[in-house]
Design a protein around this ligand. Structure first.
Ligand SMILES: N#Cc1c(-c2ccc3cc[nH]c3c2)n[nH]c1N
Length: 234
């Protein structure tokens, strides 16, 4: 899987060389390239923004640098197997299903906007050529797309075979279909008693059936309290 990031802050993505993702890069499972969008400017000030048509506050990212970056990175031939991800507060919510689908992609290009956003014709042009995903990390406002691209990257790449040491742990996580899409149950480790708090007895019983039942009940109760929207049968 090749991942490209178009951004005016490429240093944001230096962090991808650390930990699990770093190992995936070292193992050749993923190939990561961060690009400074100003590479594709030609004026003395390396300008990437301009005033919004129709007025309004702030600045909008000019289309030309994006178009020239696309030309260099992707060429002009349409290829639906290339996924262009545009983090935006107006996008559809990024969810585990999106991460699962994108984890099968051979190529993903993240377009990280700043200012008031990217000239919409960039999205229109990209949509004619590649598979475009306008996705939002959540219902809050960030200053740009980089942090969202990092979060989406981790959610996607950890699902790629060979990246996680223990793929079995994927099936026991919140939102995984093996857990009926419920929130993950509380987890514990040693010591059995810590500052007056004990590990639930059932987890010390060694009775796998009882433990599995307790965990299912905990997941459903936690989901009922915190995320009733995830419960499909109530
Ligand atoms: N994804 C996402 C975002 C953003 C976001 C994304 C891109 C830009 C470009 C300028 N401002 C941005 C905010 N804010 N909140 C989210 N959940």
């Amino acid at each position: 899987m090749r991942l490209d990031y178009l951004t005016i802050f490429p240093e944001f993505f230096d962090v991808l060389g650390i930990s699990l993702l770093g190992k995936a890069v070292d193992n050749g499972i993923v190939d990561i390239h961060a690009h400074d969008l100003r590479t594709w400017t030609h004026d003395r000030h390396r300008t990437v923004d301009d005033t919004p048509c129709g007025g309004g506050a702030g600045m909008v990212m000019k289309p030309d640098p994006w178009g020239e970056a696309f030309d260099d990175l992707l060429g002009a031939d349409p290829d639906p197997s290339v996924h262009v991800v545009i983090p935006t507060p107006s996008g559809t919510p990024f969810r585990q299903d999106d991460a699962a689908q994108l984890s099968h992609a051979d190529r993903i290009v993240f377009c990280c906007g700043r200012y008031e956003g990217i000239d919409h014709r960039v999205i229109d042009y990209a949509s004619e050529h590649w598979s475009v995903h306008e996705l939002s990390l959540g219902d809050y406002v960030l200053n740009g797309g980089e942090v969202a691209a990092l979060a989406m990257t981790e959610a996607i790449v950890r699902l790629v075979p060979g990246v996680l040491g223990n793929p079995e742990s994927l099936s026991e996580e919140s939102y995984s279909q093996d857990q009926e899409g419920l929130l993950e149950y509380p987890v514990y480790t040693r010591p059995a008693s810590w500052r007056g708090w004990d590990v639930p007895e059932v987890l010390m019983s060694g009775h796998h059936g009882h433990i599995a039942q307790w965990r299912r009940e905990q997941s459903r109760e936690l989901t009922r309290r915190r995320r009733p929207d995830l419960l499909t049968d109530e």
